[in-house]
Design a protein around this ligand. Sequence first.
Ligand code: SF4
Length: 425
Amino acid sequence: MEKQRSVAFHTLGCKLNFSETSTLSRQLEADGFLKKEFEDRADVYVINTCSVTDNADKECRQLVRRIQRKAPESLVVITGCYAQLKPKEIADIPGVDLVLGAAEKFNIGAHLKELAKGDSARISSCDIEDVSGFNSSFSINDRTRTFLKVQDGCDYTCAFCTIPMARGKSRSDSIQNVLRNAETLAGSGVKEIVLTGVNLGDFGKGADGALKHEESFYELIQKLDEVEGIDRYRVSSIEPNLLTKDIIEFVARSKKFMPHFHIPLQSGSNEVLGLMRRRYRRELYAERVDIIKNVMPHCAIGVDVIVGFPSESDVHFRETFEFLHSLDISYLHVFTYSERDNTKALEIKPVVPIHVRHERNKILRNLSYKKMQFFTHQQKGQSRKVLFEDHVKNGMMEGYTDNYIRISTPFRKEWANQVVDWTIA
Ligand code: SF4
């Protein structure tokens, strides 16, 4: 009898990558592979890379070196966004056996059947314009929360972003298939689904990117609301121009869609937003926040913001700071701009010195801390529902309120993976 082969994964980057790794792992397990931890010895190692992370190349090299030290005979496969963007660079890393681009990622099982340890790495990749089709994915870490990918790729051309080059045009799953996945997840005891995509609000473009289903994100959430067994949904991140009044009002009415939005702003200066090629101005953003807070005063709003984009002057940064300060938002995710090959932003001058980028990052992180404190203080005394995770750490368990406040309390088995009424202290 043939020996059972084992596989271990390592994921870099975003929730989408985590959900895809999870699906790749289930695919290979179904093909007969035994799943191992990355720290263990395995016959095959798969690294799912990210293009947003700084030093993707360095991280990848380090991971491959670690594998070579502990298991020099094992096969090493690199996939994900960075593998699509820089296949040759990755193939040149000593010890890499196979590089899989965006189109080939989900064919990993077939590739592994033919792969043997050799001298140089094989590359299986195509131009990103030719990538089509949609592979649905979801992660199941514990049963409490799962990330369900419903959309992939992006048709926007933001000046700082490489994601469209790494993931291709905007494509989505069909509503029917998403509902089927949600039912499967409900059947396996999952309580909360986080809807995930690259440009989630653009949901509705077919697997070839051009064809429109008679479907939209608004329709998707209305149908998901009816799936039995799922207690909660969250919308992972949605562009402000695509977050319509209809969607906001539906979330306000729904018992299952949580009062929580994550809306990228990127800059509070209209001039910088224009250079970034974003599809809105700050006035639209402020209006969306107002609509949300009018219908759901308790709603959590998270904001992505980039500091140090080329041409961002002290005046622009102050505009951003004051704009964020004035908005009724709950927390920020602050990113420091860093140069990426083949992006439009490289043509914009002047470049912001690195130390200034870091200072600005610090100032906004400080603002985020204050916003979160204030938001939590506003909720004091309110009773909110907390979904506790089935995980003990130093005798404690953790969970989130519907409006995304993190709660920590001594572990109680009967609360694990359950929704519990909780008064905010
Ligand atoms: S919307 Fe802009 S930032 Fe977001 S993935 Fe698309 S191009 Fe990148």
